[in-house]
Design a protein around this ligand. Structure first.
Ligand code: G3P
Ligand code: CA
Length: 296
């Protein structure tokens, strides 16, 4: 009997050496669809959100801009990006031309731009069709209804306020006005149970932390190895720490967990990297390709 148990143990150890542990592991984690599902659908659009939900994401990630008439819409840039948008008369925008400024347009004017038909060189699998930049309010309404109708879990929303000191008053409202607009819209529509705000702009995070302490916040950073300096600069511990994925390692993840943060790196677009990061113990991953994500 003892010999048989030893044999069994040796076989199991042998299997573990041949197959990495990740092959056997079932991860439970927050799967976030970046800009909806940018690898598969035009980014930051309603079809990208629907596709992400069909693929089983738990959270929809998106970026915000503001129009001249104060509408909060989804857009990664505060202007019509020449890489993804065509003018109202379906012409290309020169690549360095940032003059199609969303903050200087009404939402009616924004709706004349096609931001779905142009082939994206970085994401050749995207399905191509005419589509426009949606209102945040409409995204909530459609996503909530879709989840209900299809019997899917209600999605979480990771919502980025895109701002910078150089853009204040020119490409977007200043920190207080932008943050108040977004926080009030969310408070009056969907509430905070399944929503957090994220930003690279620490001014935004500090302002919201002070004025709306109930709002969950994610700090966005480029380099995880600078986490202590960045936390010192921020001056408080947010709910989420969201770095570019490459510099993350087990020690950093553990330190961040000890400080009480969830770790959710971006933008993780291969199966191998997703498995590596989940193996490090991250709490979620943000990906353009939710179709490649390991089972949860
Ligand atoms: O949520 C993190 C990620 O979206 C940050 O990068 O530039 O795609 O907004 P970016
Ligand atoms: Ca983003």
């Amino acid at each position: 009997m003892i010999i048989k148990l030893k044999l069994l143990k040796n076989i199991l150890l042998g299997l573990l050496m041949v197959f990495p542990l990740s092959v056997f592991a079932q991860f439970s984690y927050d799967l976030q669809g970046h800009r909806g599902s940018r690898g598969l659908m035009p980014e930051n659009t309603i079809p990208a959100m629907i596709k992400a939900m069909d693929l089983g994401v738990s959270t929809l990630e998106m970026d915000l801009a503001v129009t001249k008439d104060g509408q909060v819409i989804l857009s990664h840039e505060p202007f019509m990006n020449p890489v993804i948008c065509l003018t109202p008369d379906r012409q290309e925008i020169p690549i360095d031309d940032h003059s199609h400024n969303i903050y200087q347009m009404t939402y009616a004017e924004v709706l004349a731009y096609d931001c779905g038909s142009k082939v994206h060189p970085g994401f050749p699998q995207q399905v191509k069709f005419f589509t426009t930049k949606p209102l945040l309010r409409d995204v909530f309404e459609v996503a909530e209804k879709y989840a209900k109708d299809k019997g899917l879990p209600a999605p979480h929303y990771n919502i980025e306020i895109k701002s910078s000191p150089e853009g204040d008053g020119e490409y977007h409202p200043g920190v207080a006005e932008f943050s108040d607009l977004v926080v009030n819209l969310i408070s009056e529509s969907i509430g905070w149970e399944r929503v957090n705000i994220q930003s690279f702009d620490f001014r935004v995070l500090k302002y919201i932390h002070e004025k709306y302490p109930e709002v969950p916040l994610a700090m966005l950073v480029e380099n995880a190895s600078r986490f202590q300096e960045d936390l010192n600069e921020l001056g408080f511990v947010p709910e989420f720490y969201s770095p570019y994925f490459l510099a993350l390692n087990k020690e950093i993840v553990e330190s961040l967990h000890q400080k009480g943060m969830k770790v959710v790196p971006w933008t993780v677009n291969t199966k191998e990297q997703m498995e590596r990061l989940l193996g490090l113990g991250v709490d979620g991953i943000i990906t353009d390709y939710p179709n490649l994500a390991p089972k949860r």
